[in-house]
Write a protein that binds this ligand. Structure first.
Ligand code: VG1
Ligand code: CO
Length: 551
């Protein structure tokens, strides 16, 4: 039976950088999830179609975190009550974010709901999240997330059914109030796509020749994908995939692929003995859209990885014709810009968050996109894609027959090196964080053109982005200090956290001197790091003497 349940608006449901994220307890309480899902449906219901969602398909899946299954059952009942004709859901409720994006595109779905808080911790005390992706497979753009938020503010009822839980573990079809629920293999279509993009034979031959990969799935969603692709398809030995079973609490860890949270992998790759060190270390995050790349003895900064992948993409079959353009988020280093320039293609600078790449990708203006936060992807889907990035690295390594270290060194020798770091101050008081940002913002016009400790500031501004495709304007996307030599300091507040505020400070300096390409980034950037602290008064205002995470 279809039920209409009375409800009242719940405050604070404004989607952030990537969907709505809150503590599990908040999501699981009362009508919280139902309110948000109904607001999504109300905001995106096609007004011009008399049947609403009739005849349309929704893709549903999540990263397997605590509360995933319960949330999926709620979404299924509500999709049926709101009139969808079909839902395609990953077996066990599992779909990586890039796989969901692919399924939406492959099956011409209306869109998808992805249940994930991505790199945020899980478990009963951790975070939960949900985001809506549209028919292009990409995260809803700001005008859609704004419309969803507006709906949350005046919601009075939601539609659901009294159907018992659907079996999510067996492939096949059932129906809820006339809506077909198809439980799908979450891995098969995605694997087929990867096989088309990359030279699996060349990569398999490399593995057969003794090449070693260590892939840390962090007990998150990429485990099944990684086992299927790296071990079964490409013949990498069993054990290549570490932590390959998705767990509701990610094994108690934080599924954020950085040197801090992927410490074991990092230690393995950077171990000085080198004997047992794999050739490539990689990891992905909660929902499988991020990637960490570490060569033997060398951590590849995500901004560098983007540049190196763009420079070498033509070595993989999918990109053999070359790339048409690159896009990077504003805080991402300018290493990719130099590659674009050398290739004679444009490089776009967008705000943080994958939703800003969608229009450029749809319009065919860019092929490869990336963010400093370990997100890289291409026009094959409309999300960043962790396993894709690892496969592109593998394909490049298989063709070039060099180590990651050699490839990085040759890259820097050709293009110079953009030393880069991001310092995160997590869970600081929101008021303190806002005041800090405001104080820098208030001084931007004074900073512009100023000489600070021998650094001349060329530009001091609050980044805003005018989308070249649809003309939409996104303001307040980060405070930038750009120096006369191209170095940059960027301050931003995170839009994905669930408690307090996280201040991100992004620091970059370009080095062309061939004798100075092998420095430790923290040393190469030491004076700018100090300057960033003094300009914003970070230590003084937050009482923190050091960042929580340095990448
Ligand atoms: C962070 C990253 C951003 C990324 C976003 C979602 O956002 O900085 O680059 O797109 O997470 O990634 P913020 O607002 O916290 O800086 V994921 O993999 O968590 O969906
Ligand atoms: Co993610």
């Amino acid at each position: 039976m279809i039920l209409t349940v009375a409800t009242a608006p719940i405050a604070g449901m404004k989607p952030g950088t990537s969907g709505l994220r809150k503590k599990v307890a908040e999501f699981a309480a009362g009508h919280y999830l139902a309110n948000f899902v109904q607001s999504v449906f109300d905001a995106v219901r096609p007004a011009e179609r008399p049947g609403g969602f009739g005849g349309l398909t929704l893709v549903v899946g999540g990263d397997g975190r605590f509360h995933n299954r319960e949330a999926i059952q709620t979404v299924l009942r509500m999709a049926a009550a709101n009139g969808f004709s079909r839902v395609r859901v990953g077996q066990g409720g599992i779909l990586s974010t890039p796989a969901a994006s692919h399924l939406i595109r492959l099956h011409n779905a209306f869109g998808g709901l992805i249940l994930s808080a991505s790199h945020n911790p899980g478990g009963p005390d951790g975070d939960f999240g949900i985001k809506f992706n549209g028919a292009n497979g990409g995260p809803a753009p700001e005008n859609v997330t704004d419309a969803i938020y507006v709906c949350t503010l005046s919601l009075t009822a939601f539609h659901t059914t009294d159907t018992p839980d659907i079996d999510l573990d067996h492939l096949g079809e059932t129906t809820i109030e006339g809506m077909v629920v198809e439980v799908m293999d979450p891995v098969a279509d995605y694997t087929a796509l990867m096989r088309r993009l990359f030279d699996f034979d060349a990569i398999a031959a490399m593995f057969a020749g003794g090449f070693r990969l260590a892939f840390d799935a962090m007990h998150a969603v990429t485990g099944p994908y990684a086992h299927a692709i790296f071990e079964r398809e490409l013949g990498a030995p069993a054990g290549t995939v570490m932590n390959g079973t998705p767990l509701p609490d990610f094994g108690g860890h934080h599924p954020d692929p950085n040197p801090v949270h992927a410490k074991v992998l990092y230690g393995l790759m950077m171990s000085p003995d080198g004997q047992d060190t794999p050739d490539l270390g990689a990891a992905s995050d909660g929902d499988g859209d991020r990637n960490l790349i570490i060569g033997r003895g060398i951590f590849v900064a995500p901004s560098d990885s983007l540049a190196m992948l763009a420079a070498n993409a033509h070595l993989a079959p999918a990109y053999a014709q070359g790339i048409v353009g690159i896009a990077r988020s504003m805080p991402t280093s300018r290493a990719a810009d130099r590659v674009a320039q050398a290739l004679g293609v444009p490089c776009f600078e967008t705000p943080t968050g994958w939703k800003f790449f969608g229009n450029l990708l749809d319009a065919g203006r860019v092929t490869i996109c990336g963010e400093e936060s370990a997100g890289t992807g291409s026009d094959h889907v409309r999300e960043k894609d962790g396993v894709w990035a690892v496969l592109l690295w593998l394909n490049i390594l298989a063709v070039r027959r060099q180590s990651v270290q050699q490839i990085a060194q040759e890259h820097w020798a050709q293009f110079g090196r953009n030393y880069y770091t991001r310092h995160d101050y997590e869970d600081i008081d929101s008021g303190v964080a806002k005041a800090l940002m405001q104080s820098v913002s208030d001084r931007l016009s004074l900073l512009q053109g100023a000489n600070l400790e021998a650094w001349l500031i060329d530009t001091a501004d609050d980044f805003s982005y005018l989308d070249p495709i649809d003309g939409s304007l996104s303001q307040h996307q980060g405070l930038r200090l750009v120096f006369s030599d191209g170095s940059r300091i960027v301050y931003r507040l995170s839009g994905t956290g669930t408690s307090g505020a996280t201040l991100r400070v992004y620091i970059e300096r370009y080095e062309a001197d061939p004798t100075r390409l092998g420095l430790d980034p923290q040393e190469a950037l030491a004076d700018l790091i100090g300057l960033a602290d003094r300009v914003a008064g970070i230590t003084e205002r937050t009482g923190r003497s050091a960042p929580d995470v340095v990448t």
